[in-house]
Structure formats: C-alpha cells, structure tokens
Design a protein around this ligand. Structure first.
Ligand SMILES: [Zn+2]
Length: 319
C-alpha cells in the first residue's frame, strides 16, 4: 500500500467542470512548482512533451486519484464532483496500488474550453481555468459569456449581452440536459436536424459563433422532439399521433424543417408495449433504439442518430 501523502500547504479552490490538467497546473503554480514536478510526486506517468492545460487532459488511475485527494487535503467525492475526468469512467486502467497518470497529446474525449474568468474569480481563482467539456463551446449563463477552445487572450470570450435570446435558449438547454440522458440526446438530434442541407443553416465547425446562431432554433426543435419522444419511451405513442406530430411541426416550423423532422421521427418509431408497463419518472426514461448510450464526453455530433454529416467539412477552428 502506498503511503499516505502529506497535504500541500495551500488549499486550492475548486471550479466546477475544470479539467484535471488545469487544476493540477494551478495547484503546482500556487506552490511554486512546475506541473511536471508535482506530478512526479503524485505517481508514475508520462506526458507528451510540453503539453499544456489548454491542449489536453490529464488522466489518473484509482491509486493516483486517491493520492491527489490526499495532496489537496480534500475528500475524494468533493474533488470528483468538480473535476469530471476523475470520475470512474475516465480512470486509467488499474495497476494495483501503483499510482499512474498520463497526459496525452489529445484528450481521450471532449474538448478543453476556456472557463469563465468571472465565475473563477468568485471562487478566488485568478489564473486561467480550462474546462473539459463534451462540445467545443460553453456558455456561462450567469455572466452571459460564450467560451470556446480558442487560446487567444485578445478575445477570450464573446459577450452575449446583445443576444439575451441566446442565454435564454441556453437556460432551456440546461433544463433539458439536466433532466437526464434523453434530454441530452434530443439536443444532439436537434443540432443534427439543423445540419441537414435542406435547412440551409451553417453547420457546426463553420465559424466561431455558429453554435450561438443555431442554439435558439435547436432548442425550439428539441422541445418539439421532446413531446414525441416522451410519449414514445412511455410506450404511449400511437401511429396516428406520430403522423399528426409530423404535420404539425411542418406547419409550425416550415416545410424544410418539417421534412427533416419527418426523417428524424422515422428513426424514432412508436415502440411496442412492454410486457410489464412500469411507471417511469419523466426523463429518466430508459433509452430506446436508435440510441444506446450517452457517454459523458460525447459531443452533439457523436450523440445524434441522424445519418448525415453534422459538422462542416474541413478543419474545425471552433465548434
Ligand atoms: Zn461566469
């Protein structure tokens, strides 16, 4: 059994959603060390030469996670709530009792997105903070700021005060996504629907602000989908309702979107009644085909069931 680590002298505040690499870099800086030196005391590992917290994520195994908690002088569950990559599904394979870490060139999944400086400052953190996120963008609804993977200090965020409808859409997205995995899939499918060429909207990855442009419409589409999907997953959707829904969305959202939503709804057909119908809590409905699982760090283009390209071809500068 590895011996217990002595906690470091200063407690470092936690920021929700921060990447482990970003946190460890701050922790080291606070103690006048390089991240490499701090990691050498954490366990065995390797890092791609010169990797930075805005480039990639730091991963640990179970033993190194325990040591990191000891170093920070915090309970492990507190650390895991804030630092997503410390959760079980992102751990490195276990070497019994040997603490191991790895800082690869690219994150295993997800994107490093700049954290909101005002949110960090509220916690007493003045250093830059990088979050690990499933998508390459993040909106702070508290401060109305849009952040992405851009490293530029010249325009570190986009101020959303001229677009309150975007913040409102983001609040609705958070409600959908926070209600369970089905909500996250619907948001992904809504972005997928908007990417169809018949809709004539820019695809994600087309420009820095494309997610902002698409979000309000994506949320409108997702809430229409939610009505159908909830009934379907509760095994209450009748074929005639399925048809009526298609006619109604075409009427309300236009024929182009109506056509694409009809294609989407064919992939979400009415389910046969289960043998034992069990009451299920709203949104904690069990997923059904075509969707199987919802990995924590899967981006909208990975989650959606639509068969066409969701991302613009070519390099993806942002989003
Ligand atoms: Zn903020």
């Amino acid at each position: 059994m590895a011996e217990r680590m002595r906690p470091l002298s200063y407690r470092q505040p936690l920021v929700d959603g921060e990447s482990t690499g970003s946190f460890v870099t701050r922790l080291a800086a606070r103690h006048g060390q390089s991240a490499a030196r701090l990691l050498a005391t954490l366990g065995e590992g390797h890092s791609a030469a010169g990797v930075d917290p805005w480039e990639s994520e730091l991963y640990v195994n179970r033993a190194a996670r325990r040591r990191l908690a000891e170093m920070t002088g915090r309970p492990l569950d507190q650390l895991m709530r804030a630092l997503v990559s410390l959760r079980d599904e992102h751990l490195l394979p276990d070497a019994p009792d040997i603490p191991v870490w790895k800082w690869p060139w690219r994150p295993h999944a997800g994107f490093l997105v700049r954290g909101c400086a005002l949110c960090a400052a509220r916690r007493g953190v003045l250093d830059p903070v990088w979050l690990i996120r499933p998508d390459p963008w993040h909106i702070c609804v508290r401060h109305g700021r849009f952040h992405d993977t851009s490293r530029s200090d010249r325009v570190p965020f986009i101020d959303l005060s001229p677009g309150p409808h975007v913040i409102q859409a983001e609040r609705r997205r958070l409600r959908l996504v926070g209600a369970g995995p089905v909500g996250r899939l619907l948001v992904a499918d809504a972005f997928g629907v908007l990417a169809h060429e018949a809709v004539h909207l820019p695809r994600l990855g087309n420009g820095r602000t494309t997610p902002l442009r698409l979000l309000p419409m994506a949320i409108r589409v997702a809430s229409r989908m939610a009505f159908l999907e909830q009934r379907r997953l509760e095994h209450r959707l009748r074929p005639d309702e399925h048809q009526r829904w298609r006619e109604q969305v075409a009427k309300d959202l236009g024929w182009q979107l109506g056509m694409v939503l009809a294609t989407w709804s064919q992939r979400h057909p009415p389910l046969r009644r289960p043998r034992t119908a069990r009451p299920q809590q709203r949104w904690h409905l069990r997923l059904a085909a075509p969707h199987k699982d919802v990995p924590e760090m899967a981006s909208v283009d990975k989650l959606t069931c639509v068969p066409w390209e969701v991302l613009a071809r070519g390099p993806r500068p942002y989003g």
